[in-house]
Design a protein around this ligand. Structure first.
Ligand code: DX5
Ligand code: ZN
Length: 218
């Protein structure tokens, strides 16, 4: 199966959001990755419902919404209403993760669970069969443009093992520091969704960079 590429809107030019969204529409990208930060769970604040709603009017591809917020349960249906197709919560922000995952699915979205770099994959053992996507954070969440944490490869391998043992399918998404230099090894290890912010938007030709990240690996 070929891997998916999800450019992170956080690195787009917000004075030209429509232009950048159209670039993603017309590229080989599969999803829009949309980072929501509350200034509490992470030391940064990004954007919320009005911006996502506006983006959804232009986007012709699914919105993959990554919530870096406390109390995500409070807002699940609102994110569905502004266009989220995949909604990801952090395991570290959810006291009742099973309830959160069921609420996301009941609202008609795919349910994702994100793990910070220090959180071991085995914490998903009793929920893995319920979820559609696991996001392995390969940087500490909060900012684009950070350096990839190499321990992520081990976590991808651990997650592949966990899925095999549980005999279940889910996407393995990598978020943070993905580049043209590491994407192939990530896919070879078992990742199948690559988020890329600065790699795409800081490049001279973002459309071509997305095409390069989509190239199949041997
Ligand atoms: C980080 C965000 C990422 C970020 C990735 O907290 O979750 O999605 O936009 O940006 P890059 O690809 O620049 O590391
Ligand atoms: Zn993200």
């Amino acid at each position: 199966m070929t891997h998916l590429v999800a450019p992170s809107v956080l690195s787009a030019d917000f004075n030209n959001l429509q232009r950048d969204a159209e670039m993603i529409n017309n590229s080989e990208a599969d999803w829009f990755h949309v980072d929501v930060m509350d200034g509490v769970f992470v030391p940064n604040i990004s954007f919320g419902f009005p911006v996502i709603k506006a983006l959804n009017k232009i986007a012709t591809k699914p919105l993959d919404v990554h919530l870096m917020i406390v109390n995500p349960d409070q807002y699940i249906t609102q994110f569905r209403d502004v266009g989220a197709e995949v909604l990801t919560v952090h395991i570290e922000a959810c006291t009742h993760l099973h309830r959160s995952v069921q609420a996301i699915k009941a609202a008609g979205m795919k349910a994702g669970v994100a793990l910070n770099p220090h959180t071991p994959v085995n914490q998903l053992e009793d929920i893995i069969a319920e979820i559609d996507l696991v996001t392995l954070m390969s940087v500490n969440p909060g900012f684009g443009g950070q350096k990839f944490i190499e321990n992520t490869y081990k976590k991808v391998a651990d997650l592949v093992d966990l899925k095999t043992k549980a005999n279940t399918q889910c996407h393995i998404e990598i978020d943070g520091g993905v580049t043209l230099g590491n994407y192939a090894q990530l896919v070879q290890t078992g990742a199948d969704v690559l988020v890329a912010g600065s790699t795409v938007f800081s490049s001279e030709n973002p459309t071509q960079t997305i095409a390069d990240l989509k190239k199949s690996v041997g």
